[in-house]
Design a protein around this ligand. Structure first.
Ligand SMILES: Nc1ncnc2c1ncn2[C@@H]1O[C@H](COP(=O)(O)OP(=O)(O)O)[C@@H](O)[C@H]1O
Ligand SMILES: [Mg+2]
Length: 246
């Protein structure tokens, strides 16, 4: 059974079909890459399954139960967490308190004290500053790390990552990939929206490709990455094999 499934998921903004009849399954233990050009509907899709946006049509099921239109709070309690493309935590909170809130209000836990769990999550993401650091002093990359710790502290079964690697230097990609792999190995299933190719190729078991709200491909990463339709739609001319030889 799929951990999460969508059938014909659709979200409109006025005349714009941001997500157009997308059917997708995510299986326990996999890392699914959700890719596509800017504006393809990736973030809106995540928002629809995480309860932040109500889909106009179609169904979502999570762990076998219909969760279409469920609130973000309910999805979080059921074990779905997400990071944000642009995290916006409270600037005057400390890093620890930001993660602690999620540890206190996330999915029911295994009895570990929230503070202990929050500290572990900061360690798990290799947060580079003392836990008392104020959020207002963090740069974008550090905010994304903190956002990942926050998401992990809610004890997800399914984790949605929205462009976590964006803005990282090449040397920072490997350590981030190790963190994501460890999260998966701890039993968390992952959907990651990503543009950074080495991260996609190195981590994702499977890729689903969106273009203008529609799913145009879905399959094993290497096969999808070779699909000419995908290359044309997503990677553009400059990534075609012939164009990379100079
Ligand atoms: N709240 C909104 N209101 C109106 N249009 C939106 C809203 N959110 C996203 N869109 C539009 O929906 C489309 C898909 O956006 P998005 O999912 O953010 O794309 P991406 O694949 O880059 O994450 C874009 O055309 C975007 O402008
Ligand atoms: Mg987006």
């Amino acid at each position: 059974m799929a951990l999460l499934e969508t059938h014909g998921l659709t979200k409109r903004f006025g005349g714009l079909l941001a997500v157009n009849r997308v059917s997708l399954s995510v299986h326990q233990g996999e890392i699914l890459g959700l890719v596509g050009p800017n504006g393809a509907g990736k973030t809106v899709f995540l928002n629809c399954i995480a309860g932040m946006l109500r889909p106009d049509d179609g169904r979502v099921s999570f762990q076998g139960a219909d969760t279409t239109g469920a609130t973000a709070e309910r999805m979080c309690h059921q074990g779905l967490a997400r990071t944000f493309q642009m995290p916006q935590p409270f600037p005057r909170m400390t890093a620890l308190d930001t993660v602690l809130v999620a540890a206190q209000f996330g999915a029911p836990g295994n009895g570990m004290a929230p503070r202990e769990l929050a500290r572990r999550c900061l360690v798990e993401v290799a947060f580079p500053h003392p836990e008392t650091t104020l959020v207002s002093g963090l740069n974008t990359v550090e905010l994304k790390r903190l956002d990942l710790a926050r998401a992990l502290a809610s004890r997800p079964k399914l984790l949605l990552l929205d462009e976590l690697a964006a803005g990282l230097m090449t040397g920072q990609l490997g350590p981030l990939m190790d963190i994501i792999r460890r999260v998966r190995d701890s039993g968390v299933t992952i959907i990651m929206v990503e543009h950074v190719m080495p991260t996609i190729m190195g981590l994702c078991d499977r890729l689903a490709v969106l273009r203008q709200g529609e799913k145009i491909a879905d399959g094993p990463t290497r096969e999808v990455a070779r699909d000419p339709v995908v290359i044309e739609a997503y990677l553009g001319e400059r990534h075609k094999p012939d164009a990379t030889s100079h």
